[in-house]
Design a protein around this ligand. Structure first.
Ligand SMILES: Nc1ncnc2c1ncn2[C@@H]1O[C@H](COP(=O)(O)OP(=O)(O)OP(=O)(O)O)[C@@H](O)[C@H]1O
Length: 466
C-alpha cells in the first residue's frame, strides 16, 4: 500500500464490491476488505471507473470513465488492484489513443513493453532546469512580441472563434517537422471533427511517425476529459526521462481540463467556489502543470490553447492558467474582426524571453518600439474618430501611418488555412521580421499603401514584387 519510487503506483489488492448509488457519472460502491484507495481503477461490467473519494464504512465514490447507462444498484464491481496504467515507449508513436492508451485509430493496441500509472508526482524542483532558449516559430507576431521558450510553457489565449485552433495547427506545422524529439498532441474537450482533421493533416504532412495523438473530446465523460492530460504527461515523461529527448506537447484546450474538473467536483457534491469553479482548481491545475517541466535529462516544451470564457481575462480559470506560463500569446476579438490574422494582441501578449539578455538588445528595442507605436496609435484612435485624421499634427500622422503598416505587416498567411483563403503560407525568419519592423519604424512617409503590407511574408518579398 505504498507509493513506489517509480510513481504513485497503487498497490492495492483485488477486491469485490457492489453498486449502492448512482448519480449522473458518479457511482458509490460498497466494498468488503480491502477497500480500494483513491485513484484505484474499478470495473462494473465494461464500465471503467476511478475512485475519487472515500465515503467511509467501506463505500467509495467513483467517477465513471464511460457511459453509466446500463448500470444498476447491486451490480457487482471488481477492483483488480492498481490504477489506470498506459503504454509508454516508441510503440505509441504514430498512433491515435484514448485515456487508457487504447487505440482509436482502428489499429491493434500498441505493442508496448511497459505500462505506467497515469498519476505521478512532478520532478523535484532540484531536477528542473531553465535554459533561456527561444523556439523560433516563423510567425512574425509571436517571434517578435512573445517569443516561445524552449522547454517552457506557452499559452494561446482567446475567446470563442478568434483563431486558437488555427494558430496551434500552424505552430504544429512550423515546428513539428524540424523538432528533433517527439511530439504529443493532447485534445481535451474539443470537437471530435477537429481531432480527425488534425490526424489527417499530420498524415499528409508526413510527421505522424514521431507524434502521438491523445483525445478525450467533448462527447466523452468528464472523468475522461479530466484524466487525458495525465495520460499525455505519462507518455511525455517516458521520452523525457527514459530517452532523454526533447518533447513538444501541444494541448487543445487546457481550459477544458479545468472545466472537466469542475464537472467532476460538482458530481462529487463539493461546494463550488469563485464563479462556480471547483475549490480545488488551483491544486488540480498545478498537479498537471508541474509535471510539464524540463529536467537535466530532457525537456518538455508545451503550447497550450486556453479558451477564455466570454472574453473575460479575469476569469479565475484563465488567471490560474496564466500564472503557470512563461509566454502568453493573447488573441483579440477586435483584431480578428478586422481580419488581422493571426489576431495577436501586441500590447497584451508577453514573454519572459523578451529581455535583452535572451533575445539581444536589437530585438528587444524593436519590440518595444513596435509596442510603443501601436500604443500611441490606440490613444490617437478616439481623436481620429471624432475629428478626423487631418486634425492630427504631422508627427501624429506619421505615427498613425507607421502603426497601421506595422499592424498589417504583423499579419501573415498561414499554411494551414491555404485552402480557404487562397493564399500560400509563409515562414518568416526572425531576422527578416526585425528588419521589416525596423524599416517601417524608421520611415515617416510611405510610397506603398497600407494594404500592400497585409498578409505578406518578409518585407523584402514585397519589394521584390513591386
Ligand atoms: N490565421 C488565420 N487566417 C485566416 N483565418 C483565420 C485565422 N485564424 C482564424 N481564422 C478564422 O477564424 C475561424 C475560427 O478559428 P479557430 O477555430 O481557430 O478559433 P478558436 O479560437 O479555436 O475557436 P473555438 O474556441 O470555437 O474553438 C477559422 O475558421 C477561420 O475562418
Amino acid at each position: 500500500m505504498t507509493d513506489s519510487a517509480a510513481g504513485n503506483r497503487i498497490d492495492t489488492e483485488a477486491s469485490d464490491g457492489a453498486i449502492v448509488a448512482i448519480r449522473g457519472g458518479v457511482v458509490d460502491v460498497a466494498f468488503g476488505a480491502p477497500v480500494p484507495r483513491i485513484h484505484a481503477l474499478v470495473h462494473a461490467g465494461d464500465v471503467a471507473m476511478e475512485v475519487a473519494s472515500l465515503v467511509g464504512d467501506g463505500v467509495v465514490r467513483c467517477i465513471a470513465l464511460g457511459s453509466v447507462r446500463g448500470l444498476g444498484l447491486g451490480l457487482p464491481v471488481a477492483a483488480k488492484g492498481g490504477g489506470i496504467e498506459v503504454p509508454v515507449g516508441e510503440a505509441v508513436l504514430g498512433r491515435m489513443l484514448n485515456v487508457f492508451g487504447a487505440p482509436i485509430d482502428g489499429r491493434a493496441p500498441p505493442d508496448a513493453v511497459a505500462y505506467r500509472p497515469i498519476h505521478r508526482p512532478p520532478p523535484p524542483l532540484s531536477d528542473r532546469v531553465l535554459r533561456a532558449e527561444v523556439l523560433e516559430t516563423g510567425i512574425k507576431a509571436i517571434d517578435l512580441l512573445s517569443p516561445i521558450e524552449r522547454g517552457g510553457k506557452t499559452g494561446l489565449f482567446g475567446g470563442a472563434g478568434v483563431g486558437k485552433t488555427v494558430l496551434l495547427s500552424e505552430l504544429i506545422h512550423n515546428t513539428v517537422e524540424h523538432h528533433r524529439g517527439v511530439s504529443l498532441f493532447c485534445g481535451i474537450g474539443e470537437r471530435s471533427r477537429e481531432a480527425e482533421e488534425l490526424w489527417r493533416e499530420m498524415g499528409a504532412a508526413g510527421v505522424r511517425d514521431k507524434m502521438v495523438m491523445l483525445f478525450g473530446q467533448m462527447n466523452e465523460a468528464p472523468g475522461v476529459r479530466f484524466l487525458i492530460g495525465n495520460t499525455a504527461l505519462t507518455m511525455a515523461e517516458f521520452f523525457r526521462d527514459d530517452r532523454g529527448q526533447d518533447v513538444l506537447l501541444l494541448i487543445d484546450n487546457i481550459f477544458r481540463f479545468v472545466q472537466a474538473g469542475s464537472e467532476v467536483s460538482g458530481l462529487l457534491g463539493r461546494m463550488p467556489s469563485r464563479v462556480g469553479y471547483q475549490p480545488t482548481l488551483a491544486t488540480e491545475l498545478a498537479a498537471l502543470q508541474e509535471r510539464i517541466s524540463s529536467t537535466q535529462r530532457g525537456s518538455i516544451t508545451s503550447i497550450q490553447a486556453v479558451y477564455v470564457p466570454a472574453d473575460d481575462f479575469t476569469d479565475p480559470a484563465a488567471a490560474q492558467i496564466f500564472s503557470h506560463l512563461s509566454a502568453s500569446v493573447v488573441l483579440s476579438r477586435k483584431r480578428a474582426s478586422e481580419g488581422l490574422y493571426p489576431a495577436v494582441d501586441p500590447l497584451a501578449s508577453a514573454s519572459v524571453m523578451l529581455t535583452p539578455a535572451v533575445v539581444g538588445q536589437r530585438h528587444y528595442d524593436i519590440a518595444r518600439a513596435v509596442r510603443r507605436t501601436l500604443a500611441e496609435y490606440e490613444e490617437l484612435r478616439d481623436i481620429i474618430a471624432m475629428l478626423g485624421i487631418e486634425e492630427l499634427s504631422a508627427h501624429d500622422r506619421a505615427v498613425v501611418a507607421r502603426a497601421r503598416r506595422l499592424e498589417r505587416f504583423l499579419t501573415q498567411p498561414f499554411f494551414t488555412v491555404t485552402a480557404s483563403a487562397g493564399t500560400s503560407g509563409k515562414l518568416v525568419p526572425i531576422s527578416e521580421t526585425l528588419d521589416g519592423c525596423e524599416r517601417i519604424l524608421g520611415q515617416t512617409t510611405f510610397e506603398l499603401p497600407e494594404s500592400a503590407y497585409y498578409m505578406i511574408g518578409a518585407l523584402s518579398d514585397l519589394e521584390a514584387a513591386t
